[in-house]
Design a protein around this ligand. Structure first.
Ligand SMILES: Cc1ncc(COP(=O)(O)O)c(C=O)c1O
Length: 384
């Protein structure tokens, strides 16, 4: 029996999302065509947009469907940068962001952007005072709602308010937070003036049980943003190209289901997670929990095993039927020390000795039991 403890990398497809995708795939029309078949596709697309908007607390017109987190983040950061005023040249970038963000900002830096880094603390939390201080005159700011590696949940509302006060457009990467923490775009944005404060928020479908290749970017009506893709005028001209109606339908269902069960699931997962963490710390006394012990994603257990090789741990657990990760799935297989753990002030050795176990909708007590049985031997062998 396999035990899947890598829900932060991707999640199993929800039956409801699969059904919605299959039903929508029967519709032949292009949602931009004016004939009846096209209009049927259009109706389902716009219905999905309305449902997605209702879940995340924005207007339907503010939903731009994309292919996932990476595209959403690129669209937001490149788009906001491209529409900046002439005198603004800085991008505010916290130290422990996902590579989809750091690599996009690095590309913009090669095109002239000045990067203003913001430290995270020892728990991986963005320093809100330093963030606010870095905003002055910046062109764009970005921040994770919750860290995808160590699970620490940031104070997104405080970050948003400081961006609004500074008059800087802010993008939030909500990919790892969606489905686990409350996300109401309108409330997070507050009464920021046009084009400033929280203006964009990224979500990826495959993290909440929708198909891989689905996602969305919430873009405030008032955002000043340039398109990444050029072509048709779909989605406010922000994301040209024939729209993926089945993907949108599946994403809307996954968002609704994830939100409907969020509180109940958070309680259930936090209890499983806490038993997992306590059990590992008891079985391996040298281990330590990284990230905020309290304010963390309900399904995230991020553990440091001093002296063990993270990659070996993954391999040994895999042999025991357990799928885990050392951090961001996008880095999996590349034996690099985690930049997140380094940013938290840990050594390079520590940044290579971590294991991320993430629980989700399909997780059970049996998954926790399997890890607790396998971990002592795996750690001792990975430490040789
Ligand atoms: C926080 C965060 N942002 C962005 C991404 C990239 O999303 P996608 O894989 O859908 O492109 C991920 C994926 O792991 C993530 O965890």
């Amino acid at each position: 029996m396999r035990h899947y403890l890598d829900h932060a990398a991707t999640t199993p497809l929800r039956p409801g999302a699969r059904d919605a995708w299959l039903a929508a795939s029967e519709i032949v029309g292009n949602a931009s065509s004016t004939h009846g078949a096209g209009q049927a596709a259009r109706r389902l697309l716009e219905d999905s947009r309305e449902r997605a908007a209702a879940v995340v607390g924005c207007d339907p017109i503010e939903v731009v469907f994309t292919s996932g987190g990476t595209e959403s983040i690129n669209t937001a950061l490149r788009g906001l940068w491209g529409a900046r005023t002439a005198e603004a040249a800085a991008i505010v970038l916290p130290d422990a962001e996902h590579h989809a963000t750091t690599d996009t900002v690095a590309a913009l830096a090669r095109e002239g952007a000045v990067v203003r880094p913001v430290p995270v603390d020892a728990l991986g939390r963005i320093d809100t005072a330093m963030f606010a201080a870095a905003l002055d005159g910046a062109a764009v700011a970005t921040a994770l709602v919750a860290n995808n590696e160590v699970g620490t949940v940031n104070d997104a509302r405080a970050l948003s308010l400081s961006a609004a006060a500074a008059g800087v457009p802010l993008h939030l990467d909500a990919v790892s937070a969606c489905g686990h923490v409350p996300l109401v775009f309108r409330d997070l944005r507050g009464d920021a003036s046009a084009g400033t404060g929280l203006v964009a928020m990224s979500i990826a479908g495959h993290k909440i049980g929708a198909p891989v290749g689905t996602g969305m970017l919430v873009v405030s009506r008032s955002a000043r943003i340039a398109p990444l893709l050029h072509g048709g005028s779909q989605q406010r001209g922000l994301r040209a190209g024939t729209q993926d109606v089945p993907g949108a339908a599946a994403l809307a269902v996954a968002l609704e289901e994830a939100e409907a069960e969020r509180e109940r699931e958070s309680t259930r997962l936090a209890a499983l997670r806490d038993r997992l963490i306590a059990g590992v710390l008891a079985a391996v006394p040298s281990a330590a929990l990284l990230g905020d012990p309290l304010d963390r994603l309900p399904g995230n257990a991020h553990l440091l095993f001093p002296g063990a090789v993270g990659e070996s741990l993954l391999f040994l657990l895999d042999m025991a039927g357990i799928s885990a990760s050392t951090g961001s799935a996008c880095q999996a297989g590349v034996a690099e020390p985690s930049h997140v753990v380094l940013a938290m002030g840990r050594s390079e050795q520590d940044a290579r000795s971590v294991l991320r176990l993430t629980l989700g909708a399909t997780s059970t007590e049996a998954d926790v039991d399997a890890v607790l049985v396998a971990i002592p031997d795996a750690v001792s062998r990975a430490s040789r």
